[in-house]
Ligand binder design. Structure first.
Ligand code: ADP
Length: 400
């Protein structure tokens, strides 16, 4: 079975064609600058050369059309005809409260995605446009939606409700949703496989640390707490996002700096986090370099980040009544031994103890970096959201 995975962002589109008979990637690609001058598609077949195509792409439908033309192109395509593709799996940001798992797309699902546009204004419209374009251009091919929020729908009310009048939750659905669900689900399943234990027996803390970062407490395979909330702004301080704040700070800054609602939103999402605190960069590699060179604010930003992770791990080990393993994933979690070490050094009280050599060596592959016999295991697991989307798509389509 071949599954095309589509991930539409606000102005970009990532795709992968997967052979689900062996979970192999046949090709992957990225379309950038959709709706902007200078749009381009970069296509990479598994064993072939990278191909860059410059095109005029006014919208996501045009981008999908170009992707489909590319995968069947006689020179650099990877299938002879679109009929070789059995199903399409779409990443969708927000499913609100109506969706707790991956689903076959029908009118009701599309309506649910549309109903959540207010909650995911940048992504849900793009996700919907991608789905509708595929429906038009690949008639009869089944499509599945895999939601970033779905994995966290198992959280109990005490974890997802905020301290605001219940009526506002009922009226506007203001609650914690959580994001990165596909990643947290994937790495938790891989962790169980690595540990050789059934996931139903495990208490896991998954640390997805990248540009956007979130932690999830996963009890017996189900998310029971996560650090992102109503939007992906809450939780840890991130590359450019503030993370947790006293809510009063928002109106205080608005007044002092004369900012509108939209401006403060933009500010908190794009100008804060380690970028704002350090004044150096949102990229942790730049911060680590600057800190080594003696930049005080860069070091401060790194220290606050480590402290944030430590705090959340502490809270989540309490929520889980103990923790069997901590997982590091995403750009920073997978690639920065230094960050992992700094975080793990604060967690010895949980029985965390890592092997320096294994930690240094772990990049881009699944490794248990714990010391032999450590009570709480520490695992580095490269996330693979596309594979998870393809696996869910295969499972749903196979049952039809
Ligand atoms: P996104 O949230 O955009 O998907 P990624 O998961 O790709 O982000 O993570 C990107 C971030 O990972 C970069 O901003 C960078 O800070 C961090 N990163 C990647 N490689 C390294 C590395 N070798 N050392 C430290 N940080 C890294």
């Amino acid at each position: 079975m071949k599954v095309l995975v589509i991930n539409c962002g606000s102005s970009s589109l990532k795709y992968q064609l997967m052979d689900m008979d062996n979970n192999n990637r046949i090709a992957k690609g990225l379309v950038e600058r959709i709706g902007l001058p200078g749009a381009l598609l970069t296509h990479k077949p598994k064993d072939g050369e990278k191909e860059v195509i410059v095109a005029e792409l006014p919208n996501h439908a045009a981008a999908i059309k170009l992707v489909l033309e590319t995968v069947v192109d006689p020179d650099y395509g990877v299938v002879k005809s679109l009929s070789e593709i059995d199903a399409v799996g779409h990443r969708v940001l927000h499913g609100g409260e109506k969706v707790s798992g991956s689903v076959l797309i029908d009118d009701e699902v599309k309506q649910a995605i549309e109903d959540c546009i207010e909650l995911g204004p940048l992504h849900n419209p793009a996700n919907l446009a991608g789905i509708e374009a595929c429906e038009r251009m690949m008639p009869g091919i089944r499509q599945v939606a895999v939601f970033d929020t779905a994995f966290h729908q198992t959280m109990p009310p005490e974890a997802y409700l905020y301290g605001i009048p219940y009526e506002l939750y009922e009226k506007y659905k203001i609650r914690r949703y959580g994001f990165h669900g596909t990643s947290h689900k994937y790495v938790s399943q891989r962790a169980a496989a690595m540990l050789g234990k059934r996931i139903e027996k495990l208490r896991l803390i998954s640390c997805h640390l990248g540009n956007g970062s979130s932690l999830a407490a996963i009890k017996h395979g189900k998310s029971i707490e996560t650090s992102m909330g109503f939007t992906p702004l809450e939780g840890l301080m991130m590359g450019t996002r503030s993370g947790d704040l006293d809510p009063t700070i928002v109106s205080f800054i608005m007044k002092k700096e004369n900012l509108s609602g939209e401006q403060i939103n933009d500010f908190l999402n794009k100008k804060c986090g380690v970028l704002g605190l350090s004044g150096v960069s949102s990229d942790f590699r730049d911060l680590q370099k600057a800190a080594e060179e003696g930049n005080y604010r860069a070091q401060l930003a790194l220290d606050v980040f480590v402290h944030d992770v430590k705090k959340y791990v502490g809270a989540y080990s309490a929520a889980l009544d103990g923790v069997d393993a901590i997982i590091f994933t995403a750009g920073l979690g997978e690639n920065s031994p230094e960050m992992r070490k700094n975080i793990c050094n604060t967690l010895s009280y949980l029985g965390v103890s890592i092997d320096d050599e294994k930690n240094q060596a772990a990049r881009g592959e699944e490794v248990d970096i714990s010391m032999w016999g450590a009570k709480c295991r520490v695992l580095v697991i490269p996330t693979d959201e596309e594979l998870m989307i393809a696996l869910d798509t295969k499972e749903i389509v196979s049952q039809l």
